[in-house]
Design a protein around this ligand. Structure first.
Ligand SMILES: NC(=O)CC[C@H](N)C(=O)O
Length: 378
């Protein structure tokens, strides 16, 4: 932080205004305002491509205490559209830090605001829903009603097709650690770095493919399994990925999806998705596994969800399937399992960057599915 405080304002589309001081870059940014309840992992949050076009409010009051390091990025840049905090660290301190969070935000041109009553703001979002917003400082400041107009002119998250804006331009391979046991084609809709890391640790060579890849690109990898990543935007717009998923299911290739990948598998199976009021973003969200009755505490970041009831069985074009997991807080769908093709998915983040490792076993389940399919094919 520099010594001088520059005025900044957070403007919501319903006319609610929060005044604070500029944090990170100065200027204007527009996006959907959402809150994240993680008490840790702000660097991973900021660099998660699923937050593209979202202004993130951190409910943890003190942010930036451990600065910014060169190891924890989940992608090659900060993706959030803007950042809202209460009390930014004045003296960051950590042995791995190479700069402050404020410096990282400035370097990457990310407009933020500090000194906000993030508790009041979060209660407002919980009640009225995630909505469009803008942060304005420096030359971008103008009379409030003009700022509200600018926010109202910005695009909504519902209907936003964003995977193409965050995906890799070219395919790349992340080699397995130790012996290569399996090859996976991972469709990058906004993949986080920790996902290939989790797979490679289990002897999987990961071929990360652009979102526009077709079935031939996937088959060219000669994969033992296909992975559908997390990603930003409205799953309803993902016609290409949904169609591709159907092609993969037809071939009975083992398939595992996370978050956006869960929504895409669900849509491929004939379920619909809807926009939640304020979504799930945090690192302690309880999920119940219907089959075992066990609860996992999970890392999450989503604003859309699949329609469905806990434990519901349904017929899909690929045979019987069920809602395998649901959220213990609000009963929303948190996972799917196909019973006649080797495919499953979860709405949460087993790669947990940041977050608890309760769900890491799901990567083992994916490997088991590939093993079983491989044994069958021999
Ligand atoms: N992390 C994700 O994959 C998010 C999925 C989707 N964009 C949502 O908001 O629900």
């Amino acid at each position: 932080m520099t010594g001088t405080h520059t005025a900044a304002v957070l403007v919501l589309e319903d006319g609610r205004i929060f005044r604070g001081t500029a944090y990170g870059a100065r200027g204007r940014t527009l996006g959907e305002v959402v809150f994240c309840t993680g008490m840790t992992g702000y660097q991973e949050t900021l660099t998660d491509p699923s937050y593209h076009r979202q202004i993130v409010v951190q409910t943890a009051p003190q942010i930036g205490n451990t600065g910014w390091n060169d190891e924890d990025d989940e992608s090659d840049r900060i993706w959030v559209a803007g950042y809202v905090v209460r009390d930014p660290a004045r003296t960051p301190s950590n042995w791995r830090a190479t700069r402050s969070l404020d410096d990282a935000l400035r370097e990457q041109g990310v407009v933020g605001i500090a000194g906000i009553d993030t508790r009041g703001l979060t209660r407002h979002i919980r009640e009225h829903g995630a909505m469009r917003a803008g942060i304005f400082s420096g030359d971008a400041l103008a009379p409030d009603d003009e700022l509200v107009e600018q926010v109202l002119a910005s695009p909504r998250m519902k209907g936003a097709d964003l995977a193409g804006e965050v995906t890799t331009a070219k395919p790349y391979v992340v080699p397995a650690k130790g012996e290569t046991r399996f090859r996976v084609a991972a469709l990058d809709l906004g993949i986080k770095a920790n996902t290939p890391r989790q797979l490679t640790r289990r002897g999987v060579e990961v071929h990360v493919l652009p979102a526009s890849s077709d079935l031939d690109d996937i088959l060219a990898v000669d994969p033992h399994g296909v992975f559908l990543s997390n990603g930003p935007g409205d799953p309803e717009t993902q016609h290409h990925a949904i169609d591709l998923t159907r092609r993969v299911l037809e071939r009975e290739l083992p398939l595992f999806g996370i978050c956006f990948g869960n929504q895409i598998l669900g849509r491929a199976l004939g379920l619909s998705t809807y926009k939640m009021r304020f979504g799930h973003r945090g690192v302690n969200i309880p999920v119940l596994d219907v089959a075992t009755g066990r609860v996992a505490i999970t890392s999450q970041n989503h604003g859309f969800a699949l329609e469905g009831e806990p434990g519901q069985h349904f017929d899909s074009p690929f045979g019987k399937a069920r809602v395998s997991h649901y959220c213990a807080n609000d009963g929303t769908v948190e996972g799917l399992r196909c019973e006649e093709v080797p495919a499953f998915s979860v709405q949460y983040h087993p790669e947990a960057a940041a977050g608890p490792h309760d769900a890491a076993l799901l990567f083992d389940d994916f490997v088991t599915l590939m093993e079983a399919r491989h044994a069958q094919a021999q």
